[in-house]
Write a protein that binds this ligand. Sequence first.
Ligand SMILES: NC(=O)c1ccc[n+]([C@@H]2O[C@H](COP(=O)([O-])OP(=O)(O)OC[C@H]3O[C@@H](n4cnc5c(N)ncnc54)[C@H](O)[C@@H]3O)[C@@H](O)[C@H]2O)c1
Ligand SMILES: O=C(O)[C@H]1O[C@H](OP(=O)(O)OP(=O)(O)OC[C@H]2O[C@@H](n3ccc(=O)[nH]c3=O)[C@H](O)[C@@H]2O)[C@H](O)[C@@H](O)[C@@H]1O
Length: 327
Amino acid sequence: MHVSLALKKRGDGVVGLDNFNNYYDPSLKRARRGVLENHGIFIVEGDINDAALLKKLFHMISFTHVMHLAAQAGVRYAMENPSSYVHSNIAGLVTLLEACKSAEPQPAVVWASSSSVYGLNTKVPFSELDRTDRPASLYAATKKAGEEITHTYNHIYGLSITGLRFFTVYGPWGRPDMAYFSFTKDILAGKPITVYQGPKEMDLARDFTYIDDIVKGCLGSLDTAKKSTGIGGKKKGQAQYRIFNLGNTSPVTVPNLVNILEKLLKVKAKQHIVAMPGNGDVPFTHANITLAHEEFGYRPTTDLSAGLKKFVRWYLSFYGADGVNRS
Ligand SMILES: NC(=O)c1ccc[n+]([C@@H]2O[C@H](COP(=O)([O-])OP(=O)(O)OC[C@H]3O[C@@H](n4cnc5c(N)ncnc54)[C@H](O)[C@@H]3O)[C@@H](O)[C@H]2O)c1
Ligand SMILES: O=C(O)[C@H]1O[C@H](OP(=O)(O)OP(=O)(O)OC[C@H]2O[C@@H](n3ccc(=O)[nH]c3=O)[C@H](O)[C@@H]2O)[C@H](O)[C@@H](O)[C@@H]1O
């Protein structure tokens, strides 16, 4: 939603595609759609696995770029519903790349990978050339597979591909399954929250990245994506294959995240502190963003307190303190 709005605001044409699945409250997704439609952005309701639909869309519109953000996200849910990750993040990705490779002209593709590909690495900050062959979750494994799959479409068909490894993105209109969002809801409702701890009672930490910074990185990478050199999937080219970290470079522990929320919400959290279950979580993330800075001037400017302040303001206007969706 935020990337589409930013593109539209600067004068680009945008068409969206989303299947509005019920991984989390679809009414939030539909409210986001309302915002986009109010800005003149047309949204098609459909699945990226629907090859016929994609073919029709690519036939009707000569897309210059595809910004591919659709995915089954969430690290821990992969243990409950593994096939949804294969469906959207592997099969769906291939269906989309098939459509892109056959389109004339071929669009440049920018897509969301994930910081989770660094898996069990302990050397921080994570740099793009570090190992990514030890995923801790099926979600991470599907994003890693996406990086390999996109490489083959670049190699064989000359598709121009840029993969962005986002680091725990948060902000207004965000995902209710993520900790910052569910903690806000539960703290306001007086319900206990569960805070995970690593081995030896170590605090977990994330390089939380504010949505507006991510949007700048998305637009910067789109604008520096070179045109594909393949033609309609018939000619092998030498197009770009790039991968960038988009993080914030200043990790914050989960207890500190809770402290900031308590101050903003003016409510003390009831906390259950438990050992991190073996559910795909990694203890910490931290991005080296030198490459994105050098290539398109990426420089995040919002720290967690400032970003959460904007999130909480949005949350209270959208849900109210009682957590009821008023859209
Ligand atoms: N939010 C984060 O912290 C984070 C971090 C790293 C990577 N990512 C990646 O960034 C991208 C955007 O994530 P987000 O957090 O904005 O999530 P989001 O839920 O806002 O956006 C993903 C959208 O994809 C749609 N979708 C899922 N499967 C689909 C399918 N098969 N066909 C069509 N639409 C489908 C969903 O309905 C949803 O609206 C995802 O690829 C995610 O894996 C997110
Ligand atoms: O950067 C990424 O690649 C990933 O970032 C997030 O994954 P995660 O960092 O695990 O985000 P949250 O689920 O919001 O968890 C944040 C932190 O809070 C902790 N947490 C989460 C939930 C909870 O109930 N308690 C708790 O302590 C987690 O262990 C983690 O350390 C997104 O959910 C993934 O889609 C994304 O791919």
